[in-house]
Design a protein around this ligand. Structure first.
Ligand code: ZN
Length: 326
């Protein structure tokens, strides 16, 4: 490296008229200046190379970004459409939940009415009140659908459906027990004398103390006399079993029906008997014909009602026409 400390003299000879110029420069400067220029050239080349390469990469990235943006915009649009469809479905479901709730309320109310008719204590009242409370709590009128945000609406609808499912679970056994009670009620209706045993409404003698038409002495008239024509149909006052069907004096042709629960009805002075002992009859079924057999002053039906084998006034048992039941 010794030569680096040496100095060189550069001689410039412009032309013959001018003087020669000398410049003294160090050897290191002679090396460093070209080296600096070479370095600058390499840097510039490198910069140009990298810049061009980056520009390409930027172009490619920009292309990707644009494609991604388009794809995202498309996906967003699809999602928005899906959300709109879901919102619409949700509104429909919410409305359906409300309708079902109203119908459940109607059913619960109907059940309460049925229980009332059948005279059953309504032990399932909490169902109808729970439903009312539920629908009241939703406040359909107070919070219209449009005012609720989707999340609230979805949550509320889910709660509604879950409450409905629970109420249905509760209502089913309740309805079953009501149906059973109604069937029992219907059975009691069927076996309780309630219809007029003849078409005639002409009462010729009532139940109680009266003067006997034959002996003229006061005695208990054990039934109700209905005037009519020979051959008029005579009907069973309720469902039951025939326990007597015979022709005796003074009853004439007469029939007894046992309705169960200690209640019996008896039909006397019949022209004809149409049933035998052991037959089962239904309320309103013809069992014989009105007549004048036995100790009788003219064609009529003597109708008796027994409660625990004691004659009672049949009047309270004449509640309805046979036709009303059909
Ligand atoms: Zn009589």
């Amino acid at each position: 490296m010794k030569w680096m400390s040496k100095r060189f003299t550069l001689v410039f000879i412009p032309d013959a008229s001018q003087s020669v110029r000398r410049y003294s420069v160090s050897a290191s400067l002679l090396v460093l200046i070209p080296a600096f220029f070479i370095l600058m050239t390499v840097c510039a080349a490198l910069f140009i190379y990298l810049y061009t390469d980056n520009q390409d990469a930027i172009g490619r990235l920009a292309g990707h970004i644009t494609a991604s943006q388009e794809q995202h915009a498309e996906e967003l649009s699809t999602k928005n459409n899906q959300i709109a469809a879901l919102e619409s479905d949700l509104a429909v479901l919410a409305e359906q939940a409300r309708e079902i709730q109203n119908k459940m309320n109607d059913i619960a109310e109907l059940e309460a009415q049925l229980k009332d008719i059948a005279g059953i204590e309504s032990s399932e009242v909490q169902i109808s009140s729970a439903l009312t409370m539920e629908s009241g709590g939703q406040g359909g009128e107070e919070f219209p659908l449009s005012k609720l945000d989707d999340e609230q609406l979805a949550e509320q609808t889910m709660q509604n459906f879950s409450a409905l499912a629970q109420l249905m679970e509760e209502l089913k056994p309740s309805l079953e027990s009501t149906m059973e009670a109604m069937l029992q009620y219907q059975h009691i209706q069927d076996i309780t004398p309630s219809i007029w045993p003849a078409d005639s409404r002409k009462i010729t003698s009532t139940f109680g103390i009266r003067r006997d038409p034959f002996t003229r002495r006061t005695s208990l008239h054990s039934g109700l006399d209905l005037g009519g024509s020979r051959g008029d149909p005579i009907y069973a006052a309720a469902d039951g079993v025939i326990t007597l069907s015979e022709n005796t004096y003074p009853q004439g042709n007469n029939i007894i029906i046992d309705h169960g629960r200690g209640i019996k009805t008896r039909y006397l002075h019949l022209n004809k008997r149409l049933v035998e002992v052991g037959d089962t009859v239904t309320k309103g079924q013809q069992i014989g014909e009105l007549g004048n057999t036995g100790r009788s002053t003219g064609p009529h039906l003597h109708y008796e009602v027994f409660v625990n084998d004691t004659n009672v006034n049949p009047m309270p048992y004449l509640k309805e026409d046979r036709e009303e039941r059909e």
